[in-house]
Design a binder for this molecule. Structure first.
Ligand code: DGT
Ligand code: MG
Length: 410
């Protein structure tokens, strides 16, 4: 079947999946300030506003020139940069920082002075509320909604407040193996504990520590070494920020397949379960927050992205793995299991960035009549399924010019 000519990638594209975007851009200061406002909107549950900041940030990150006053006209013509966003950019260009625009009046009852003070990015960053909410969300299992509830309804302000609160309120986490209906031989004999909030508080420092690339490589080698003993011949790729070239990652994401796995059978799920079991019994996995299609109710990722099998876990290197007496730091490890036909869509879908992925799905749907997710590509009109054999083929089928993973930092 003849595929249409791919759309050209360019920084002016409306779609993030067509904008090559480096890790560090020429307008990093502006991006950082807009990022503070975006984060505060997100913490306050103003998702629509947060998303329009996210779009604008993504567009600016792909813009190849330093924005100076004589570039503002060109910037204003970029899609996703509305009048309001342009006024913030202009302010940054003239004053080196951003205040909330005067064209958006404060909510009734607030003084303009206090409003401006509160929404100034530096002021936002310094405000007690922003600080508390940000701090609360550094704990695995606490999202923006929970953080606001803890602040507003329970009056909590500090991590010590939080500890005291959860010492008496911590509900046992919903076990990921609850209601699982698996056969005797695949039964998890010793289910790993789910991460309770109290346990997450104890692991907070570890889990917020960034992971250098060399340690990502080592974790990958150890995991695949264990898997090789159970099931020789598996293939794997480290995805996520690591694949996009991040020097330090927040977690490790690995996509795994085996050439003989039959999709639609229980084999993919089985592979995930035996590996997680093995790593737990070897003392390499300490917690499992989620396995396969089962969620803990307050899980961080509530939206259903795809039908792939995945294990969200906490991993720890064996003693002395990084040299004699080296510290052992708990790390977030996500394992994604795919049948061979879904391997390349899984890799594309998990490489990110999140915004790149969002626009990839949107592009596929709106411009190509296709449904893309990590588990596959389907043409909508006749439900034809595609099984790409490389990531290049994923881009070809979706009619997109190739973008290197290191330029997908939208
Ligand atoms: P970081 O924070 O250093 O780990 O940075 P990333 O970009 O690796 O972020 P991460 O690990 O949250 O997610 C990796 C990519 O995978 C992300 O860009 C979007 C995608 N992703 C995250 N969660 C899911 C999920 O539940 N399903 C699917 N299909 N994709 C996901
Ligand atoms: Mg990651």
């Amino acid at each position: 079947e003849q595929l249409a000519e791919p759309a050209k990638a360019h920084y002016t594209s409306r779609y993030a999946c067509l904008r090559p975007c480096p890790m560090v851009c020429p307008n990093q200061g502006l991006v950082q300030q807009l990022g503070v406002i975006r984060r505060s909107r997100e913490l306050e549950g103003k998702d629509t506003s947060a998303l329009s900041y996210e779009r604008a940030i993504s567009i600016i990150k792909a813009y190849p020139h330093t924005i100076t006053s004589w570039r503002l006209t060109e910037v204003s013509n970029l899609s996703g940069i509305g009048e309001k966003m342009l006024s913030k950019i202009t302010e940054y260009v003239t004053h080196g920082k951003i205040r909330e625009s005067r064209s958006s009046p404060p909510p009734h009852g607030y003084s303009l002075f206090l409003f401006n003070l509160f929404f100034h990015p530096e002021t936002i960053a310094a405000s007690a509320r922003f600080k508390s909410l940000s701090e609360f969300t550094t704990i695995y299992g606490i999202g923006a909604t929970t953080a606001r509830k803890l602040f507003d309804s329970f009056g909590l302000r500090t991590l010590d407040d939080l500890k005291e609160h959860y010492a008496s309120h911590d509900p046992p986490p919903h076990p990921y193996w609850h209601n699982r209906n698996h056969s005797e031989e695949r039964r998890i004999m010793t289910p790993a504990p789910v991460l309770s909030i109290m346990a997450a508080l104890d692991l907070r420092d570890d889990l917020n520590e960034k992971i250098p690339r060399a340690e990502v490589d080592l974790m990958h080698d150890i995991v695949m070494g264990e898997l090789g003993k159970l099931r020789p011949g598996c293939l794997s790729t480290v995805v996520g920020g690591y694949r996009r070239g991040k020097t330090e990652s927040n977690d490790v994401d690995i996509v795994i397949t085996h050439p003989t796995l039959v999709s639609g059978s229980d084999q993919v799920k089985g592979l995930g379960e035996v590996l997680v079991n093995r790593l737990y019994e070897a003392g390499l996995i300490t917690h499992v927050m989620h396995l396969s299609g089962f969620h803990t109710p307050d899980a961080l990722r509530t939206s259903h992205w795809d039908t792939l099998e995945k294990a969200l876990t906490v991993f720890i290197l064996p003693p002395d793995a990084l040299g004699v007496g080296s510290p052992r730091i708990h790390r977030r490890l996500d394992l994604i299991f795919a049948a061979p036909e879904a391997y390349w869509t899984a890799i594309t879908g998990w490489t990110g960035s999140k915004h790149f992925e969002r626009d990839l799905r949107l592009w596929a749907k709106v411009e190509r009549g296709m449904k893309f997710d990590s588990s596959g590509i389907t043409r909508r009109r006749d439900s034809k399924q595609y099984f790409p054999r490389s990531e290049q083929e994923v881009f070809d089928i979706l009619g997109l010019e190739w973008i290197d993973p290191t330029m997908r930092n939208a």
